[in-house]
Structures are given as C-alpha cells and as structure tokens.
Ligand binder design. Structure first.
Ligand SMILES: [Zn+2]
Length: 314
C-alpha cells in the first residue's frame, strides 16, 4: 500500500496536460530530470539510476544493486547479476513516464520521472506492388508461410539473461537508410486489398553480399535461410529482453546457439523473401520478461540504440 501511495504523485504528473517536450527526437541521451516537488522529500535509492534514449520507440536502462526492482506501469523487472534492466518505450509511449525503484532491504524506494520526446513518423504510399509480395495466396505459398511461422515461434522460445550491462549498439551494415523505423507503409494496388503497416525495422540499402555484423553481443536463437516473408533470417538475443532480427539475408554465417560479440560476422545482405530489392531489414524487439505471455512485447527503433553510449558503467 505504501508503494502505491508513493507512486500516486508521479501518476498525477503523467496525466496532467503538459506542453510537448522540446527535445529533439534523436540523440536525446539524458539522465532523469530533477525530482518533482512531490518526490523531493524521498531519500534517493542509493545506487539506482536510469537513463537512455528518451524518445518514443527508445529504451531506458536502469542500474541498481542485485535484487533491486524497477517498475514501469505493469512491468516490474529485477536487476540480477548484471545489475541492469531495460525498458522499451513504445511508438506511442506517454509524454511523461515514471519508474518506481524498489531497492532491497532498508533503502527507501524512489521514483524517477522522465519526459519522452514524441516521434515524427511519416506515411508512405506504395503503389503497384505485386499482391504476392504482401500476402501468401497460393497453397504452396501458404504452406511455406505456415512452416516459416512455426520456425519463428521456436526462435522466440528462448530468453538470454544477458551478460553485463547493455552497451551502445553498432550499425550492423554499411549503407544509407532506405526506410526508417516507424513510418506507415500504405500498400495501394489495383486488385489487392489496401493495407497499412507501420515499418517495424530499420532498412539499410546495401548490395547483395555486403557483410552484416552483430550490433551488440548476444546468442543466436534463430538462423533460417528461407522464411516466406523474411527470407534468410537471424535472431540475435542480446539479453535484457532485447532481440535483434536480420531479414532478407543472402547468406548466413551463424547457427542457433552461437555466442557472438559485438562486431562478429552474421552473414550477408540479400534480397530474399518478399522484397523488391537488396537491403538489410534490422529490427529490435523488446520483450517484457516479467510476463509469461508475449502480449506486451513490441518493436523499438533500432536507430535510437545507435545513440546509446558505447560503455555504460553500472
Ligand atoms: Zn524493412
């Protein structure tokens, strides 16, 4: 009950109308803002801190001694041996959020409040794309898509605890961004149903055969050369609930269970699966590891992870 009472002032802050944050959408790496008058009287939770990329689609990383619990909304994550946890921020995250810090024994809880900058995503209208590039229609295509779905579910079964704290991410391939995270793709083609889909990855234009490297350390949880939509695909679990997906690859250099360091080769860029040209689709999913179901997992903006500091000291 005490914890609920402590959280209440911060929730009021989040609900009250506030001017939009003036911070830029990218490169916004900062610490929690000063405690509000409501929380100022609380003792600070000793070693616990949270910081990150405070933008919708970004990531907040919290550090605290082992056993410290961090609560954001209904998600409560506990720092283990790595002394850190990570909260993804949805594309439509509230403009103000509060993280409740519950340290082990004897140390007073704390509340850290953050302003979250809004996204400015665009809508693109794509015309004349073959329906087959969008949905499986023939029996053979449907069977292929079905087998692919099962393989992907297998890939999502494993959770990597993660070694150490999360470091900044490296760009996994060289080349210009051909399609950023977040914009809405509207497919308009005569004879096909119109579909709207937000882009959940970050596309890097590169020729077939260009190298792909691990953006951060992790364990390979899926390595499939021929998924129906995705083509050659690798899942790399970075721990702390974060999984990178690499799609449309022409060659895979890794197998399930491989342990990679940042910068290790993963494979080659390609144009496999339902695509119109060679590129790497890099996506990062944040998974709510406090839940058994996967209902609150979502994709975050990979580009924002490139803004994280490369060495985060717990
Ligand atoms: Zn893409």
């Amino acid at each position: 009950m005490m914890l609920k009472a402590l959280l209440f002032p911060a929730m009021l802050t989040a609900l009250s109308p506030a001017p939009p944050p003036l911070t830029p959408p990218e490169g916004n790496v900062s610490e929690a803002r000063e405690p509000s008058a409501d929380t100022e009287a609380l003792p600070i939770g000793e070693t616990s801190t949270c910081s990150g990329v405070l933008v919708q689609g970004g990531l907040i990383i919290c550090h605290g001694r082992a056993g410290t619990r961090f609560r954001l909304g209904e998600t409560e994550l506990m720092a283990g041996a790595s002394a850190s946890v990570a909260f993804g921020l949805g594309r439509k995250a509230d403009p103000t959020i509060s993280i409740q810090v519950i340290p082990p024994q004897g140390i007073a809880p704390d509340i850290l409040t953050f302003d979250i900058a809004p996204r400015q995503d665009e809508t693109a209208i794509l015309r004349g794309i073959d329906c087959d590039k969008i949905d499986a229609r023939t029996e053979a295509q449907k069977a292929h898509a079905g087998r692919s779905w099962v393989k992907k579910q297998d890939g999502w079964q494993n959770f990597n605890e993660g070694r150490g704290g999360l470091d900044g991410f490296l760009r996994p391939a060289e080349g210009p961004v051909s399609s950023p995270f977040g914009y809405i793709r509207k497919y308009v083609t005569e004879g096909c149903p119109t579909k709207e889909r937000p882009h959940f990855g970050y596309d890097i234009a590169a020729p077939t055969g260009a190298p792909i490297i691990a953006p951060a350390a992790g364990i390979v949880t899926l390595a499939e050369p021929d998924l129906y939509y995705e083509g050659g695909t690798v899942f790399l679990d970075h721990g702390h609930g974060l999984v990178s997906l690499f799609l449309h690859m022409s060659a895979l250099d890794v197998a399930v269970g491989d342990v990679l360091e940042a910068g290790d080769p993963i494979g080659k860029v390609g144009a496999t699966g339902r695509v119109t040209g060679a590129h790497l689709h890099w996506a990062v999913k944040w998974r709510d590891t406090s839940r058994a179901d996967r209902d609150r997992d979502f994709y975050i903006d990979p580009a924002l992870l490139l803004d994280l500091p490369r060495a985060t000291a717990p």
